[in-house]
Design a protein around this ligand. Structure first.
Ligand SMILES: Nc1nc2c(ncn2[C@@H]2O[C@H](COP(=O)(O)OP(=O)(O)OP(=O)(O)O)[C@@H](O)[C@H]2O)c(=O)[nH]1
Length: 202
């Protein structure tokens, strides 16, 4: 098992300008770009390896455009994703409504995709509590309901960004490990095998 590799597709979803690109930029390049905001057109792809114990998990991350104009295209990018990081801006309550839309969409179309809720721009609410428009406990209740993990991050300071992607990688690794274990056991469900291979080949 020690030489085993896990490659998995991860998709970033959420309303425009919530900070999806900034999260990926912080995680992959360890930086926060300042300057005029440039919206993503279509989607951008980047891969980064994450060490999980003695395994290497390669996250292939699709950063989708948040503008509703590109909504139909985002569906192409989340197809086959094993993890979705659904982002909202802690200082913008309307962005949380969009989270509910994406969660519904994933439940309908990608039942094996694990969901992570990510409240962005934590630095803004840390420096001025009155800027918070999305209550932590309300989101935690929703996360419990849909069996999702919740993180509040800041791409500006780096707060919780590595922790979020590390957790995604660990969960992907244990899912793949669990499926291999099942494969080696007596019950070789064909559907589960198919899922394992798709997990490793994206
Ligand atoms: N203060 C602060 N600003 C942030 C943070 N993350 C993103 N921003 C700012 O929010 C704006 C939008 O960030 P992006 O990362 O481009 O947002 P996006 O979700 O990728 O946007 P689309 O490509 O339109 O979907 C930019 O001006 C960023 O500098 C953060 O953690 N803290």
């Amino acid at each position: 098992m020690s030489g085993h590799r896990v490659d998995a597709k991860v998709v970033m979803l959420g309303k425009e300008s919530v900070g999806k690109t900034s999260l990926v930029e912080r995680f992959v390049h360890h930086r926060f770009l300042v300057g005029p905001y440039q919206n993503t057109i279509g989607a951008a792809f980047v891969a980064r390896q994450v060490q999980v114990g003695d395994k290497v998990v390669t996250l292939g991350i699709w950063d989708t455009a948040g503008s509703e104009r590109y909504e139909a295209m985002s569906r192409i990018y989340y197809r086959g994703a094993k993890a979705a990081i659904v982002c909202y801006d802690l200082t913008d309550s309307s962005s949380f409504l969009r989270v509910k839309f994406w969660v519904k969409e994933l439940h309908n179309c990608e039942e094996h995709c694990k969901i992570y809720l990510c409240g962005t721009k934590n630095d803004l609410v840390e420096s001025d509590r009155s800027m918070r428009q999305v209550d932590y406990h309300d989101v935690q209740d929703f996360a419990d309901e849909i069996n999702a993990q919740l993180y509040e991050t800041s791409s500006k300071t780096g707060c919780n960004v590595d922790e979020l992607f590390q957790k995604v990688a660990e969960d992907l690794n244990s899912t793949a490990f669990q499926l291999i274990t099942e494969e080696k056991g007596v019950d070789l469900g064909q559907k589960k095998n198919a899922y394992f291979y798709s997990c490793c080949n994206h």
